[in-house]
Design a protein around this ligand. Structure first.
Ligand code: AGP
Length: 370
C-alpha cells in the first residue's frame, strides 16, 4: 500500500500533488498543434446540434456539483447560453423543464453515482442529449450518455475528491471553448488567450504546492475551532462551497460557505471574536465589494485568511490577518488554482486532528444508493 502512495502519507495528499499531471492529461490531444484551438474529437454532437442548444442543465452531486457551478459561469460567459445547476438527488423531483434543445451535462468522477445516473436517464427520457464528464471510462454514466468527455485524472482513491474536481474544471473550460468556436461567441484572440492561460495552469499549481508548509501552519491553527466560514463572490463563491465541503468531510469541523454579499442578511450574526473566515478574493472586478464584506466580519472580531491573486497581496494585507497568493491567471480560470490551497488546508486540518484522512467516517467513495 505504501508503494501505491508513492511515498506520500495519504492518497489524498498524493492526489493533490498529481494535479499538475491531471491538468495536462485532461488537456492532452484536445488542444490543436498550433496551441490556438480546442478540438474535442470524441464528441459525437454535430455543430448543427450545438447551434440548436437553447439551455444547459448541469446535474451532479457533492464535489462534482461544485465543479458544475464553475461550469455554469464558464458556459454562460463564453457561450451566452443559460445554464441551470441541479443537485442530482433533487433534479427529477422538481419537474425540470427538459426539451430536445436542452443539453444536459452530468458530472461524476466515478460514473456510478445512483442519483446522477437516474438524472441522466430522466433527461434522455425527455428527449434531451446528455453529455457526461467522468473520470471512469466504461462506467455506467459513460456507457449511457450520448457524449462523453473523460477527465484523465487517473484513479482517485481518497474519499475526498481533489484531482477529479480540478480535472472536471479543465473539462468545462475545454467544452466552453469548443462551443464558443462553433458558435463564434468570442473573438479568436480571446479564445487564444484563454488556451494559453489554460496551458500555464499546471506549472502554476506546482508553485502553489511549493508553499504547502504555510498552509499546514494555518490549518493547525484552524483545527481547534468549532466552526468557520468561507466567503467569496462569483466563481469564488463556487470555490468557497467546495472548500467548505472538503473541510467538513475530512476534518469534521463545521463550516459554511456564503456569497460574500449575503452574509449581512443573517449569517453575520454568527461572527464573533476569533471565528476564522476564509475569504476568496480573485475576481478583480469584485475586489472592492469583497473587501467591504471582509471589513464587516473583521469589525465583529473574525480572523481572516484571504486567498488573493499575486500582485494584490500588499493591498489585501491591509484588510486581513493572513494572505495566501495564487499565481495570476484569467478570472474564469482562478478556481483551478484557488481550490488547491483549500484542499491542502483541509488535509492538514484533518491530519492535525488525527482523523482517517482517506476514509472519513460515514462516507463512501461512490454513492450507489439514492
Ligand atoms: C467529494 O469529496 C465527495 N466525497 C463527494 O461529494 C463526491 O464528489 C460525490 O459523491 C459525487 O461522486 P461522483 O463524482 O463519483 O459522482
Amino acid at each position: 500500500v505504501t508503494a501505491e502512495k508513492a511515498g506520500f502519507d495519504h492518497f489524498m495528499l498524493k492526489e493533490i500533488y498529481e494535479q499538475p499531471k491531471a491538468y495536462r492529461d485532461t488537456m492532452r490531444g484536445r488542444i490543436g498543434e498550433d496551441g490556438k484551438s480546442v478540438l474535442l474529437k470524441e464528441l459525437q454532437m454535430s455543430d448543427e446540434y450545438v447551434k440548436s442548444i437553447r439551455k444547459v442543465q448541469i446535474v451532479a452531486c457533492g464535489t462534482a456539483y461544485h465543479a458544475g457551478l464553475v461550469g455554469k459561469t464558464v458556459i454562460e460567459s463564453l457561450v451566452r447560453i443559460p445554464v441551470e445547476n441541479d443537485v442530482a438527488s433533487e433534479y427529477r423531483y422538481r419537474s425540470p423543464i427538459i426539451t430536445p434543445d436542452t443539453l444536459v451535462i452530468v458530472v461524476s468522477q466515478s460514473g456510478e453515482t445512483a442519483d446522477t445516473l437516474a438524472a441522466l436517464r430522466e433527461a434522455q427520457r425527455n428527449g434531451a442529449r446528455v453529455l457526461a464528464i467522468t473520470n471512469v471510462v466504461g462506467s455506467s454514466v459513460a456507457r449511457e450518455a450520448d457524449d462523453v468527455l473523460v477527465t484523465w485524472a487517473g484513479p482517485e482513491i481518497a474519499v475526498a475528491s481533489t484531482k477529479a474536481y480540478t480535472s472536471q474544471l479543465i473539462a468545462f473550460y475545454l467544452l466552453g471553448l469548443h462551443m464558443t468556436r462553433v458558435l463564434g461567441t468570442q473573438e479568436t484572440s480571446q479564445e487564444e488567450e484563454m488556451i494559453t492561460a489554460l496551458q500555464q495552469l499546471p506549472e502554476q499549481v506546482e508553485e502553489i504546492l511549493q508553499q504547502a508548509a504555510v498552509l499546514k501552519q494555518v490549518a493547525e491553527s484552524i483545527a481547534h475551532h468549532r466552526s468557520l466560514f468561507f466567503i467569496g463572490r462569483g466563481v469564488d463563491y463556487a470555490v468557497a462551497q467546495e472548500g467548505s465541503l472538503k473541510l467538513k468531510e475530512i476534518s469534521y469541523i463545521h463550516s459554511e460557505a456564503y456569497a460574500a454579499g449575503e452574509l449581512k442578511h443573517g449569517t453575520l450574526a454568527l461572527i464573533e471574536d476569533d471565528v476564522p473566515v476564509i475569504a476568496l478574493v480573485t475576481q478583480e472586478a469584485l475586489y472592492e465589494k469583497t473587501l467591504s464584506n471582509i471589513k464587516e466580519v473583521k469589525a465583529r472580531g473574525a480572523h481572516v485568511l484571504s486567498i488573493v491573486n499575486s500582485g494584490f497581496e500588499l493591498e489585501a494585507a491591509k484588510s486581513v490577518d493572513e494572505v495566501f497568493a495564487i499565481p495570476k491567471t484569467l478570472p474564469l480560470l482562478t478556481p483551478a488554482l484557488a481550490v488547491v490551497p483549500l484542499q491542502l488546508l483541509s488535509y492538514y486540518a484533518s491530519l492535525a486532528l488525527g482523523h482517517d484522512v482517506d476514509k472519513p467516517r460515514n462516507l463512501a467513495k461512490s454513492v450507489t444508493v439514492e
